[in-house]
Design a protein around this ligand. Structure first.
Ligand code: PEP
Ligand code: MG
Length: 566
């Protein structure tokens, strides 16, 4: 078995087609006729752009506009006067077109690769694709025709370039294996868009596999099973069928309401980490965003983002959501989330230390600038504010006071915001569960963060494998916490959602429905699955399950029982 990164879900069983890169070697030479060489280079660029345009048209039809844009980006890069100009300068200095293209592309590839940033490194892959395309044209090398691949093919290559992907006929290609790439690389995005199972970053795949050999691609686990026996073929054949059936069933739920079997409606939101993720939330058919983790705006940089930068990010997310709700969680740093430039002191016990709302309330200027940015963005959509790690009513009051102060500042400057913006509490500490009755009187909504609530209730660090046996939202203590928070919220008439991972757990869903949760916020890929799971239950059925579970004594009993009903 070969291991890699599962970058596109699903199972493919087929015969390997090795795509070995054509030799693009040449002997660099000095050019006497500069004008003719410039002509040759410009002709190659025109041909490259024509080919790319054709490929983009093909991919637009087979896959979609977004995927075609990746290829159109290649045209923009090579037509960019800077890059083209630099290549032409080398030709004017009597280098041959091949050498000039190679040298300038190398400069860009090195520059982009050095950043260590996933997205910028992606640009390096684009430039490599452009370089190979141009060299291929200049050298008259024939491209491998992936469009000719027979039915039942698993493509194996060092790197799957966007231009290669354009030739893919998804009826024939059942799997993709590459030696490079990550979850966010173009090849991964394209494989997911084409719904072809893909395992990327498999070291030595090209030499380990040979054309015609039968393999199984497990895109869920990131595994390639070589020389499969009958048993493996049967097992994966069944998995593949079940996967395809489920995908089809889920697609039928797109655009539908999220409701129980007896018609109670729920809100089904997404968790996001960047404004761009809002697009994924919309594409996944999320009905809004139940948790925007704003830490990401503060990470991977050397100084705090300004109020304006934050405003732009929140506004962008809100505009993408086109009026759908957007719950923005204020900065939740500390614990496992570090921001080096803030110079937070090392603590004995960071999870119980100076973090999240505690840090923000002591750094009022920073906190106020985030709140002002959120308020300003609230003029552009349905935005709500949520405070993390609340453990005492005073913290909620202090946060709300700051919101009022920020509103007065904005009003004085004549800047628009939503005067009635909702301010909610992320109930994720044991204390917030215990005083949920008190918090519910002063909060506009609750959202249960089970990731932390489980840890703080069980006094079990979510990252410590030695205590992992305790870290379960199905512990009777955690279930009692969840039930209590929902009941306290309902008693005060405020909505209660859940944005922790447990919200997407099929075993948890009937319990949450019975307790009276009104909103589920989950990762984008889980949206349709959660809609399907909610639709399975009537209130009476969910109540019967919850009644049994809440009478149980141990986590093992609870999970064993739930296993039998979902
Ligand atoms: C949680 O604690 O449940 C949660 C959703 O927040 P995070 O995972 O960001 O701590
Ligand atoms: Mg949390």
């Amino acid at each position: 078995m070969l291991k890699g990164i599962g970058a596109s879900d699903g199972y493919g069983i087929g015969k390997v087609m090795l795509i070995v890169e054509q030799s693009l070697s040449y002997t660099p030479r000095e050019i006497a006729d500069v004008d003719a060489e410039l002509e040759r280079f410009r002709g190659a660029v025109d041909a490259f752009c024509d080919n790319t345009m054709e490929q983009a048209d093909a991919i637009r039809k087979s896959t979609g506009e977004k995927e075609a844009e990746i290829l159109m980006g290649h045209i923009a890069i090579i037509r960019d006067p800077f890059m083209g100009g630099e290549i032409e300068n080398l030709i004017k200095a009597h280098q041959c077109a091949e050498a000039a293209v190679e040298q300038i592309c190398k400069m860009f590839i090195d520059m982009f690769s050095a950043t260590g940033d996933d997205l910028t490194m992606q640009r390096a892959a684009d430039v490599r694709d452009i370089r190979d395309g141009l060299l291929g044209i200049l050298l008259g090398v024939q491209e491998v025709k992936i469009s000719d691949a027979p039915a039942g093919t698993v493509l194996v290559c060092r790197e799957l370039t966007p231009s290669m992907t354009a030739g893919i006929n998804k009826e024939n290609i059942l799997g993709i294996i590459t030696e490079t790439g990550s979850q966010t690389s173009h090849s991964a995005i394209l494989a997911r868009a084409l719904e072809i199972p893909a395992v990327l970053s498999v070291p030595g795949a090209v030499s380990a596999l040979s054309s015609g050999e039968l393999v199984i691609v497990d895109g869920n686990r990131g595994e390639v099973i070589t020389a499969p026996d009958e048993a493996a073929l049967d097992e994966y054949g069944a998995k593949r069928e079940a996967f395809i059936r489920e995908r089809r069933e889920l697609e039928n739920l797109r655009g539908k309401k999220t409701e129980s079997a007896d018609g109670t409606e729920y809100e089904l939101f997404c968790n996001i980490g960047t404004p761009k993720d809002a697009t994924k939330a919309v594409e996944a058919d999320g009905e809004g965003v139940g948790l925007f983790r704003t830490e990401f705006l503060f990470m991977d940089r050397n100084a705090l983002p300004t109020e304006d930068e934050q405003f732009e990010a929140y506004k962008q997310a809100s505009l993408i959501l086109k009026g759908k709700p957007l719950i923005i969680r204020t900065l939740d740093i500390g614990g496992d989330k570090e921001i080096p430039y803030l110079g937070l002191a090392k603590e004995e016990n960071p999870f119980m230390g100076f973090r999240a709302i505690r840090y923000c309330l002591k750094n009022r200027d920073m906190f106020k600038s985030q709140i002002k940015a959120i308020l300003r963005a609230s003029a552009f959509g349905d935005i709500r504010i949520m405070f993390p790690l609340i453990t005492a009513v005073e913290e909620l009051r202090a946060g709300k006071e700051l919101v009022e102060e920020a509103k007065s500042d904005l009003k004085a400057s004549g800047i628009a915001y939503d005067e009635n913006i909702a301010v909610g509490v992320m109930t994720e500490t044991a204390a917030s569960g215990v005083i949920a009755d008190l918090l519910a009187k002063e909060a506009d909504f609750f959202s249960i963060g089970t990731n932390d609530l489980t840890g703080y209730t069980m006094a079990a660090d979510r990252g410590n494998s030695d205590v992992a046996y305790l870290y379960s939202p199905f512990q009777p203590s955690v279930l009692r916490m969840i039930k209590r928070i929902i009941e306290c919220g309902r008693a005060e008439g405020i909505p209660v959602g859940m944005c922790g991972e447990a919200a997407a757990n099929p075993k948890m869903i009937p319990l949450l429905m019975s307790f009276g949760l009104t909103e589920f916020s989950v990762s984008a890929p889980s949206v349709l699955k959660v809609r399907k799971n909610i639709a399975k239950w009537t209130k009476a059925e969910a109540d019967a399950v919850a009644e049994k579970v809440m009478a149980m004594t141990t986590e093992a009993e609870v999970t064993a029982y739930l296993e039998t009903v979902v």
